[in-house]
Design a protein around this ligand. Structure first.
Ligand SMILES: Nc1ncnc2c1ncn2[C@@H]1O[C@H](COP(=O)(O)OP(=O)(O)OP(=O)(O)O)[C@@H](O)[C@H]1O
Ligand SMILES: [Mg+2]
Length: 395
């Protein structure tokens, strides 16, 4: 029996395990003790790690393959991307490529590579010292300040003018290097692609909503986004040029962009599954299990003969709450009863204290919707926005 090495599973990566089982593939999981113990379906082999750094995952993944040689490897999310790519490179297994993984992990490395490749992206500066970057920023406000290797909008902020810049320099002085970028205007989207040896097998465009400036926390997604055919074609071209510049091999790609007047403009790209239940939404939209497709790519197993067609529309919505103590959670049952709502939930309790939301990790509620008719999704979203509310009082 062939074996898949799954570097990280977490909560959202569990369908990888189920997909491998369905395909008759043994699974060796690298995880922390707590996450491994919580898996409802125990893998065939488990190697435990105690750290959560890229280096800790890489160390344990290397030890895992020294003990048992896998036939394929998949990274769950950001901190596991390098570990899986190192394994794939060492054992000559399919994967995004070591180069693509390294670029995926660092926004400044991406900017440098994509500037050379002529990919449309914001004007940027890699600032070793925020003081010295003041002159560059001065002619370009508003600018966006970001850490090189975070996710979930942690450390991303819009700086509107000189006064805010001075404040950011004070707050973030010790945090070098940082990326400073010109703020790009235009609606936000992502492009998810299943890629076989550098060629796109299937791709899809997702519309994104965020809280906007200054922290841009994601509040909603809509798969099979309603864009016209010319825009869709320009996005596909753009995505392909990014893959070429990455040196992408095989796997899944999650690319984020803004649709500016000049055309699609890159925010960032990652060679792992997207978060925010997007894999579930994509599954509902196209009637295929995207986790299984990723396992097939990793294991050199054939993909379906024909790429899928859209069979439904889908969306996710993340209601946010005002900071304070949770006084009540309203409307969950009402929302769950809506015909377009697939799943909805709350990861908080009355009495919990909520801080102001500056990153995705602080979101506490979700609603997933799907329907044949986009109007039914709009209706469900409207209901969720009005009725599904986490009420807080000042702490
Ligand atoms: N140059 C820019 N111009 C305009 N908006 C930007 C720019 N850079 C980042 N943003 C906004 O900030 C958000 C988060 O930035 P980015 O994707 O680089 O960080 P992240 O921490 O990886 O976020 P996530 O994990 O949520 O995707 C973007 O989705 C976008 O809304
Ligand atoms: Mg992002």
């Amino acid at each position: 029996m062939r074996e898949l090495l799954l570097v990280g599973v977490g909560l959202m990566g569990r369908p990888y395990l189920a997909a491998a089982r369905r395909l008759g593939v043994r699974v060796h999981v690298v995880e922390t003790a707590a996450a491994a113990a919580a898996l409802p379906d125990q893998p065939d082999h488990t190697t435990l790690t105690s750290g959560d750094s890229d280096e800790a995952w890489a160390e344990v993944a290397a030890a895992a393959v020294a003990a048992r040689k896998p036939d394929g490897v998949v990274a769950f999310t950001e901190p596991q991307v390098l570990a899986a790519a190192l394994v794939a490179d060492t054992l000559s297994l399919p994967g995004p490529s070591l180069g693509a993984a390294v670029l995926s992990r660092n926004k400044a490395l991406q900017r440098g590579r994509f500037a050379a490749a002529g990919i449309r992206q914001p004007e940027y500066l890699i600032a070793a010292d925020l003081h010295a970057a003041g002159q560059w920023a001065a002619g370009r406000f508003p600018v966006v300040l970001k850490s090189l290797s975070s996710a979930g909008s942690v450390g991303v902020e819009l700086v509107a003018d000189e006064r805010e810049w001075a404040d950011a320099v004070r707050r973030r002085a010790g945090e070098a290097p940082l990326l400073v970028e010109r703020a790009v205007e235009g609606p936000e989207y992502s492009w998810e692609a299943l890629v076989h040896e550098g060629s796109v097998w299937f791709s899809s465009i997702t519309a994104k909503e965020t809280t906007g400036p200054p922290y841009f926390v994601e509040t909603g997604h809509r798969t099979a986004a309603p864009v016209d055919a010319a825009t869709a074609a320009s996005v596909d071209d753009f995505g392909r040029s990014v893959l070429a510049a990455l040196g992408m091999g095989s796997g899944i790609v999650h690319l984020e962009f803004r649709l500016a007047d000049a055309g699609p403009t890159l925010m960032e790209v990652a060679v792992r599954m997207p978060g925010d239940y997007l894999m579930d939404l994509l599954g509902l939209t196209y009637g295929i299990d995207w986790f299984e497709m990723v396992v097939r790519l990793a294991m050199s197993m054939p993909l379906p003969e024909r790429p899928p067609q859209r069979v439904a529309h889908a969306a996710a919505h993340f209601p946010l709450a005002e900071p304070g103590v949770i006084a009540g959670i309203d409307g969950l049952d009402v929302v769950r009863a809506h015909p377009a709502v697939e799943r909805a939930g709350v990861l908080a309790r009355v009495g919990d204290v909520l801080a102001p939301v500056v990153s995705s990790q602080q979101r506490r509620a979700y609603v997933l919707l799907s329907a044949d008719d986009p109007a039914a999704i709009d209706d469900g979203l409207d209901l969720a926005r009005r009725r599904f509310v986490i009420r807080t009082r000042p702490a």
